[in-house]
Design a protein around this ligand. Sequence first.
Ligand SMILES: Cc1cc2nc3c(=O)[nH]c(=O)nc-3n(C[C@H](O)[C@H](O)[C@H](O)COP(=O)(O)OP(=O)(O)OC[C@H]3O[C@@H](n4cnc5c(N)ncnc54)[C@H](O)[C@@H]3O)c2cc1C
Length: 503
Amino acid sequence: VYPTEILRSGDLEGHLSMDPSDVVSVSRDFGGLSSAEPMAVLYPASSRDVARLVRSSYESARVFGVSARGHGHSINGQAMTGNGVVIQMSGHRKAAPPPRVSERLMYVDVWGGELWIDVLRSTLEYGLAPKSWTDYLYLSVGGTISNAGISGQAFNHGPQISNVHELEVVTGKGELVTCSEDQNRELYHAVLGGLGQFGIITRARIALERAPQKVRWIRVLYSNFSAFTEDQEFLISLHRQPEALKFDYVEGFVIVDEGLINNWRSSFFSPRNPVISSLHADGGVLYCLEIAKNYHQSNALAIDQEVEALLKKLKYIPGTEFTTDLPYVDFLDRVHKAELKLRAKNLWDVPHPWLNLFVPKSRIADLDEGVFKGILGNKTSGPILIYPMNKSKWDERNSVVTPNESVFYLVAFLRSALDNGDETQTLKFLENQNQQILRFCEDRDIQVKQYLPHYTTQQEWMRHFGDKWELFSRRKMEFDPRNILANGQAIFKPYFDLDVASL
Ligand SMILES: Cc1cc2nc3c(=O)[nH]c(=O)nc-3n(C[C@H](O)[C@H](O)[C@H](O)COP(=O)(O)OP(=O)(O)OC[C@H]3O[C@@H](n4cnc5c(N)ncnc54)[C@H](O)[C@@H]3O)c2cc1C
């Protein structure tokens, strides 16, 4: 059954398109690893349009799938549906009421398809900004808070999902519901980190702080892994002391090889830098701690002393500090600059077999031995991020799952596959390596959790959610009982794929 047969055009304020170019445009994503063409694409003009479409499926005798698509920056087809309608939430202005800032209550209300870069631009007009970020800002609010939304601020402020006061959501029954800690709490926690399974986010109320003007961005190097992780863990432990002098951002990455042509994060030093090359001479792995301190121009004099006092406590290799000062916006938008460079070299629209793992602190050294110094050999084909976060900043009632330790690391293998004759950079090779990494964790009983998870069987999803599976599936029954939403995640079998006679 075609949605266009169910929905009369007069039912919508927006536009339901079956134009092949629209259908093709939503059938791909950043991963470039899979594709699925929907029957139609909805360009909604309001949250009511979203509700009307979902309700028409829910009430129909022949259900069809509905997937919200933000900016399509998933890796494994999570925003696709092969047998239904994709709602294109981002990238067309008609739907989006402009962000509305409350200066007094320090929040902003934004459309679910709004990109974070636009959220930033509009809040800066009031001298305010969200507290918790992703490294890259051309992602939609609905897309990142369906996962968690993490970056170097998460140790202190928690992930983005810990900084959302209220949501407006269209459930799988086509109901438009406002939810928060105080009303419809179950839905609110289900949707945060809920992989799009319980509702389509049409509006989010995001916490703000006074925006810093400038950032001192620093990188220092280590050759000793435990010195590196001890320093990272020390820096994130300072969140417990609200008054303590601390960095505002703590990340890090692993430098396995010198080539790193795709190291789009290395915008202010190149691994070909003579200092790095000399340290790298014995072929060993290096670790780069990346930290930043925000400040106001009026405070510029104090920043030197504050940074010096903090750096004094760290055990990095003397003489390996790389420092730059830049406006806050440029710091937050740093990955976009690198994107433009890669685009110019035709290296952006290539397959991205990314693997993101949350690793318990007690086992992070195993990854160093077995993966960074083992499985990866001396080629990485892209940045490998590594930074710790405090579990206390994550609300256990939200849907996302994290390891069972008070501190856990993100280890992100952000690789690009190339077809340049080098076998170690091919998609097949990198996908194989990802499998080896996952097998290594399994064999050593390292209890990792995938971030931006991808599985193909429900068995695997049940393992992923562990103790939370029962809650997750109960919430699905309650908020999307006909399995209409986000079936590109392949968690619940879409209703239209089920053998109805066997139900
Ligand atoms: C270059 C790059 C850098 C990244 N950096 C980071 C990072 O630093 N930190 C981090 O946490 N993540 C990062 N990510 C991952 C990113 O947060 C996720 O892939 C996110 O889902 C992308 O948002 P999107 O708008 O493109 O979502 P899409 O790919 O369009 O959708 C993702 C999922 O969310 C669902 N969804 C989308 N919109 C809504 C909505 N309004 N309501 C309900 N469900 C919805 C979709 O159905 C789908 O299941 C990065 C990704 C890329 C490509």
